[in-house]
Design a protein around this ligand. Structure first.
Ligand code: NAD
Ligand code: UPG
Length: 491
């Protein structure tokens, strides 16, 4: 087998990545671009997904991704459903399958569901005829490598596997930028000579474009836990500023000014302090729940409770937004048309996993509103599917109900912000798409019912300008409009 210490620079190395999703696809495309001597195969059991990767219409929207894929596809980057063949041929196998929250059985609602991971590991053991490095790319509970090692070694037929943890820190919408220029690459491995050799091998892949001092190496458990810790810290900042936004509204402070002032402290820093309707995405909630579960399993209930609060504040923020909206509009939105601008969990992605828009829309539908939704990247199918799905309820129930087919009929999806807002009583901004900052709000106002309301869940509108036009404006954490001040406090 090919080993580290510079050998790979002269040899065609083969990498296979199991899982052609938001992480597997872009990460492998960038490895293929930066390492022309490495052959990279991205494999998946989903035929439509692989077909899309091989077409002009990639399965995910990510700025810059198309250019990278076009340059390498067919050269040293391949997308295939022939999972076993490519695993068999590979020197390094990345596993980047989904690790969602378990919805049933032991640990339901918190623990990570490792079904996909385990089945990938068993398949690797089954088809391998040569030694391999197996890399955990998925986010997994700390100590997963130990379980995977057991599956591989008990089924190995004498083949040697080295397990590495190499968590991914890219954010959607900036994936290519993050992969080109990562803050750090983290590689954890066994502290044995074989483990250290495997670390060196993977390090050499990244060293094609990442400065060596930014490639951190640790033991396996530190690498696994660092990923959960990083997401927990990031989400905690958002819940902290969102908690402050409620206090700002109660006191007349402006959350943008507060977070600017706080972020000027170099020990705190300015990033990730934007108050919002709540964080979404497939990672933050799932990974914190996972962390909570691990703490509970390790007999640390106080630590578990501490991190749980980050999610509780996030749910509180989404509920607070819906309550503000309904109470401002005479305590009912029944039969009123509400325009929803933005459905993705953040700008520059079409991903809707755990988007706050789902909870806000369900809250409004629960009060019998009619919704007209516009998002530049999310399809009607996806929106209808998201709004029909029941939300898993652990111990922080939102006032949300599963959608009946009749309720789904209350939802219209349109392809233009002006169309969405026509004749609407209120408009909500739920994703910070750049195009929403450039809208002609006078035109929108003229075509809306009066009084016309704007509820800005992303703090992107110019509140004063909109008030001059005649809107009643609510913007998270900003001093309240006289209209809202006179209403009873919402919680
Ligand atoms: N999305 C992100 O921004 C992000 C960032 C960092 C880390 N992560 C982590 O990376 C992992 C993957 O996330 P994602 O967003 O790419 O998920 P995803 O759902 O987009 O992709 C996972 C893919 O794995 C495939 N798959 C599942 N089991 C398989 C098997 N046995 N064989 C072949 N293919 C299989 C699925 O069909 C799917 O296409 C998760 O653990 C996630 O927490 C995600
Ligand atoms: O100041 C902020 C920053 C973000 N958000 C929201 O937080 C969510 C998550 O945003 P972001 O972290 O930018 O996107 P993700 O793609 O979810 O990336 C996170 O989750 C990934 C998966 O684990 C990690 O790899 C990344 O490092 C981590 O940033 C989104 O709804 C954002 O709108 C805010 O509300 N305020």
């Amino acid at each position: 087998m090919w080993l580290g210490n510079g050998v790979m620079k002269d040899k065609m190395v083969k990498i296979c990545c199991i899982g052609a999703g938001y992480v597997g696809g872009p990460t492998m495309a960038v490895i293929a671009l930066k390492c022309p001597k490495i052959e990279v195969a991205v494999v998946d059991i989903s035929v439509p997904r692989i077909n899309a990767w091989n077409s002009d219409q990639l399965p995910i929207y990510e700025p810059g991704l198309e250019d990278v894929v076009k340059e390498c596809r067919g050269r040293n980057l391949f997308f295939s459903t022939d999972v076993e063949k490519h695993v068999f041929e590979a020197d390094i196998v990345f596993v980047s399958v989904n690790t969602p929250t378990k919805t049933r059985g032991l640990g339901a609602g918190k623990a990570a569901d490792l079904t996909y991971w385990e089945s990938a590991a068993r398949m690797i053991a089954d088809v391998s005829k040569s030694d391999k490095i197996v890399v955990e790319k998925s986010t997994v509970p700390v100590k997963t490598a130990e379980a995977i090692e057991k599956i591989l070694t008990h089924n190995s037929k004498g083949i040697k596997f080295q397990i590495l943890s190499n968590p991914e820190f890219l954010a959607e919408g900036t994936a290519i930028k993050d992969l080109f220029n990562p803050d750090r690459v983290l590689i954890g491995g066994r502290e044995t000579p074989e483990g250290q050799k495997a670390i060196q091998t993977l390090k050499e892949v990244y060293a094609h474009w990442v400065p060596e001092d930014q490639i951190l190496t640790t033991n396996l458990w530190s690498a696994e836990l660092s990923k959960l810790a990083a997401n927990a810290f990031l989400a905690q900042r958002i819940s902290s500023v969102n908690a402050m936004s409620a206090l700002c509204e109660a006191t007349g402070a402006d959350v943008t000014q507060v977070s600017f002032a706080v972020g000027k402290d170099s020990r705190i820093g300015p990033k990730f302090l934007n108050a919002s309707v709540g964080f979404g995405g497939s990672c933050f909630q799932k990974d914190i729940l996972n962390l909570v579960y691990i703490c509970e399993c390790n007999g640390l209930p106080e630590v578990a409770e501490y991190w749980k609060q980050v999610i509780k504040i996030n749910d509180y923020q989404k509920n607070r937004f819906v309550n503000r909206l309904v109470s401002s509009m005479f305590n009912t939105v029944a039969t009123k048309k509400i325009a929803i601008l933005g459905f993705a969990f953040k700008k520059d992605t079409g991903d809707t996993r755990e988007t706050p828009a789902i909870d806000v829309c369900k809250g409004l539908l629960g009060d019998k509103a009619r919704l007209s939704i516009y998002d530049p990247q999310v399809t009607e199918d996806q929106i209808q599917r998201d709004l029909s799905m029941k939300k898993f309820d652990w111990d922080h129930p939102l006032h949300l109900q599963p959608m009946s087919p009749t309720t789904v009929k209350q939802v219209g999806v349109v392809w233009d912000a002006y169309e969405a807002t026509k004749d609407a009583h209120g408009l909500c901004i739920l994703t910070e798409w750049d195009e929403f900052k450039k809208l002609d709000f006078q035109r929108i106002y003229d075509n809306m019912q009066k009084p016309a309301f704007v509820f800005d869940g992303r703090n992107i509108v110019n509140v004063d300008k909109l008030r001059e036009i005649g809107f009643i404006v609510y913007s998270i954490g900003k001093p309240l409009d006289a209209w809202l001040k006179d209403l009873p406090a919402v919680a």
